[in-house]
Unconditional design. Structure first.
Length: 131
């Protein structure tokens, strides 16, 4: 892609409350706000600013921090997502970032791409009751 680009990493915690500790949630909300403000200010210089906000990915960081097996993280994340039949992997997050870096997103700026299988768009309590 011919333009300059900044890609930030957010989290679903920056979209909804109750997903992580208060400080983490607040900082990820701030990342999304920064992306939006920076895209306005830097756009006049041809700089695009976007964000990728993943759900729980079974990487070493959360697995070690919470002493969890990767399979448990994947199963838990999959159970909470609206989209079934797909397990969130680190490559899905990388592919979202690669989209922002590609020519296909040349006119995309200020966007927060949430990679969560629909977790942030539905009420999981109601879904569990109706199942």
């Amino acid at each position: 892609c011919s333009s300059d680009l900044i890609i930030c990493t957010g989290s679903v915690a920056g979209c909804v409350g109750g997903v992580g500790p208060m400080a983490y949630t607040g900082s990820k909300h701030a990342v999304v706000g920064l992306v939006r403000a920076a895209s306005v200010e830097l756009g006049k210089h041809g700089i695009r600013v976007n964000c990728v906000s993943p759900f729980g990915v079974a990487t070493p960081l959360p697995c070690k921090a919470y002493n969890l097996e990767p399979s448990f993280v994947e199963e838990s994340t999959s159970a909470m997502a609206s989209l079934q039949g797909v397990v969130l992997k680190a490559r899905h997050i990388a592919e979202a970032a690669l989209f922002f870096a590609s020519d296909e997103s040349a006119y995309v700026s200020g966007h927060n791409m949430v990679v969560d299988g629909g977790f942030t768009v539905g009420s999981h309590v109601i879904n569990q009751i109706s199942d």
